[in-house]
Write a protein that binds this ligand. Structure first.
Ligand code: NAD
Length: 441
């Protein structure tokens, strides 16, 4: 049965959630206060890069189940559920999540409610936020109106967001109000009927699940990165080690890919926020602390590798950088390791020509002193080394012979282990450096 839904915040999560809920048969309006974003969407342009989103959105707009609005008051009236999917970045200068957007959105939503509505917190928020939201709702609700608050954290990954939303490992709700729970069950019934697991739990538990999951994944990556360093020292191969441990079902193979360190719009801020919550409750969070510290040090490891590959220094060298986003298949550069690494290389005197398939406009703003290239060949011409920082699938299809032919010195530092060593060397590269692989004996 169709549910009337509004989504406040039409970003990576809000737009995907809106389009997927429309696909499941609900009537969805996606709201944002960014005029440019709503105008782009209304003129048929998707403001983010996310595989498959274009088709999903246009199909649902055409069949009338998805629309956009700048007018929050009008758009939340007559809705059974309003999802809040606004950003929760780190508070400037602290580890805590900045809840100002959640608070503002809640105030705006609650004061415009005209029938029973469940306000669903989709944003990643620290423990206690749903209760805070509940108190804001009570303060702002028009007289005679009623509403309930529910937590429904989101686990999608940028780059595979639609598949993750429509084929989730689990759906988590935290709600105390029965009417709210019933509406959430109606919203997710099409997925539950397909056998996807629904976990209904206390509000605080739902809030902790999201942070505990993200921090665990960050720990896994920091762990395999340190194992990669050990592999290099002892002459082992981290990819084989990852396969060897990942085949153990108790461990699992996902998130065991060594690389330049984790980043993005979630892990850094969410691990910091988890630490902040734990410290507020005087609970040690030593493992997460260590994962954060290991990740911060990862950049030095990567820089040293690049410098060593360039003969000890990058000063005056022309470097081709492939990949500016925090991972492949997205245009998101928030806390991307590539951005910090490129800045550090520029500081050390390198001249950077960067190519990223998503052509992220934000990267050009963050890195004004580098040359942004529209094609791999443009970036690689006369380069003294090629450095691969992001695992874009399209890099694997590059013609290695063509790349090496264009370079001044055919050296490759592959921080994602995308290529086969034999193939790289067989196609004209004189030097190939990868992650977590000891020197040939
Ligand atoms: P985003 O920055 O892409 O989108 C947030 C949107 O909210 C922006 O378009 C902004 O203009 C809009 N907004 C802010 N205040 C508003 C208001 N009062 N009214 C209307 N619109 C408003 O952020 P995101 O990446 O989609 O993340 C949203 C939340 O989801 C965060 O809490 C994040 O931690 C969580 N999350 C993100 C991901 C991810 O992969 N990006 C995955 C799971 C969870």
């Amino acid at each position: 049965m169709s549910v009337r839904i509004a989504i406040v915040g039409t970003g990576y999560v809000g737009l995907v959630t809106g389009a997927c809920l429309a696909e499941l048969g609900h009537d969805v309006v996606c709201i944002d206060n960014d005029k440019q974003k709503i105008e782009a969407l209304n003129s048929g342009r998707i403001p983010i890069y996310e595989p498959g989103l274009d088709e999903l959105v246009s199909r649902n707009v055409q069949r009338g189940t998805l629309r956009y609005s700048l007018d929050l008051p009008a758009s939340v009236r007559g809705r059974d559920a309003v999802f809040i999917a606004v950003g929760t970045p780190s508070h400037p200068g602290t580890d805590q999540a900045d809840l100002r957007y959640v608070v503002a959105a809640t105030e705006q939503v609650a004061s415009n409610i005209d029938q029973f509505t469940v306000i669903v917190i989709k944003s990643t928020v620290p423990v206690g936020t749903n209760r805070l939201v509940q108190s804001i709702v009570e303060r702002c609700l028009p007289e005679g109106q009623s509403a309930a608050v529910a937590s429904n954290p989101e686990f999608l990954r940028e780059g595979s967001a639609i598949g993750d939303f429509l084929h989730p490992d689990r759906i988590v709700f935290g709600a105390e109000n029965e009417q709210a729970m019933a509406i959430l069950q109606r919203i997710y019934a099409p997925l539950e009927q397909q056998g996807y697991e629904v976990l209904a739990t206390e509000i605080e538990t739902a809030e902790v699940i999201k942070y505990a999951a993200n921090a665990f994944l960050a720990v896994k990556i920091s762990y395999i990165n340190e194992i990669a360093d050990l592999c290099e020292a002892v002459g082992a191969d981290v990819d084989h080690v990852a396969t060897g441990i990942g085949l153990d079902h108790r461990i699992g193979g996902a998130f065991l890919k060594a690389g330049p360190g984790w980043g993005g719009s979630c892990f850094p801020k969410d691990t910091r926020a988890l630490k902040a919550t734990a410290s507020e409750y005087v609970v040690p969070m030593r493992i997460v602390d260590a994962a954060i510290e290991a990740n911060a040090r990862r950049k030095d490891v990567v820089l040293k590798k690049i410098e060593a590959a360039c003969g000890g220094s990058v000063a005056g060298k022309r470097l081709a950088i492939f990949g500016l986003t925090f991972k492949g298949q997205t245009d998101d550069v928030r806390e991307s390791p590539s951005i910090d690494l490129v800045r550090a290389l520029v500081e050390r005197g390198a001249r950077i020509h960067a190519y990223d398939p998503s052509q992220p406009a934000e990267a050009a703003r963050l890195l004004p002193h580098i040359c942004m290239c529209a094609t791999p060949v443009h970036a690689i011409k006369n380069a003294d080394a090629l450095v691969i920082l992001t695992d874009w699938k399209s890099f694997i299809d590059c013609d290695l012979r063509e790349l090496s032919d264009y370079m001044a010195d055919p050296v490759m530092v592959d921080m994602r282990n995308l290529f086969d060593e034999q193939a790289v060397r067989g196609n004209g590269f004189r030097h190939y450096v990868r992650v977590g692989r000891g020197a040939e004996r």
